[in-house]
Design a protein around this ligand. Structure first.
Ligand code: PGA
Length: 242
């Protein structure tokens, strides 16, 4: 595991973007596993800027996202599909048919989970971008999720809903369920790229990287992956003991 400590959010974004840029330059047909939330926004901005300058093209790149709320219409302002379109897909030269998210509006969610697992297994992401929750979740795999889990629907923890309420007009509007790539699917990526910022992530980072590998901290499974790059700002790294 390679741990890089940066000064601030912008530097975290630049360094993490470097990993993605090198992946796409080395393989223009790369498959990128992408994430939502505040952590990747700066990375997506750099991807868009570089693409506009003609330095990197995503014409042959495919993407698979980690998760989606259940029950929000796809064009809802807070759906993850909309987040990805606004922050990235509409700002780079990727083909819409090459971008994939779980469908939280599917009438048969179990079938949707199976479809998504098969899709990720066939695409085999070259790099999977990850944020981390304050409770140690990765994607919407909340504490207690089995490490061998496939794509599944889950009930969001209250702390996760509270953390995400800032994007909605009230806590009550935050969906209670989501569909998420399982830990097994996340671990199937060839490389994992975890980014975290801020003191509020420092406990989760210390447990994930320095604590026991335990299902009570889903991100601790990263210790078992052979190719992990972690980019942290100094606040998120502040409780790591080296
Ligand atoms: P954040 O969320 O990037 O908005 O901090 C990360 C997460 O909860 O997985």
């Amino acid at each position: 595991m390679k741990i890089i400590i940066a000064n601030d959010y912008d530097e975290v974004s630049r360094l993490a973007y470097g990993v993605i840029k090198n992946t796409v330059l080395a393989n223009p047909n790369a498959v990128l596993g992408l994430a939502t939330g505040s952590s990747p926004v700066g990375i997506y901005k750099l991807m868009a800027e570089d693409c506009a300058r003609g330095e990197v093209s995503y014409k042959n790149v495919k993407t698979v996202n980690l998760d989606e709320y259940v029950g929000l219409p796809k064009d809802h302002e807070q759906s993850y599909k909309r987040f990805m379109q606004d922050n990235l897909f509409n700002r780079i030269d990727i083909l819409p048919e090459n971008t994939h998210l779980p469908d939280g509006t599917a009438s048969d969610l179990q079938a949707e989970c199976s479809r998504y697992d098969a899709l990720v297994a066939s695409l085999k992401p070259d790099v999977q971008l990850l944020g981390i929750g304050r409770n140690g979740h990765i994607a919407f795999n909340e504490p207690g999720t089995p490490f061998d889990s496939n794509t599944h629907t889950i009930t969001l923890e209250e702390s996760t809903r509270v953390a995400n309420a800032k994007y909605f007009s009230s806590l009550n509007e935050v969906p209670r369920k989501a569909i998420t790539l399982g830990i097994k699917g996340i671990m199937s990526a060839k490389r994992l790229l975890l980014v975290a910022n801020g003191t509020e992530k420092s406990d989760a980072i210390a447990r994930a990287l320095g604590g026991p590998v335990d299902e009570s901290c889903p991100a601790s499974i990263l210790q078992k992956h052979g190719d992990v790059v972690v980019v942290l700002d100094k606040n998120a790294a502040s409780k790591l003991k080296f």
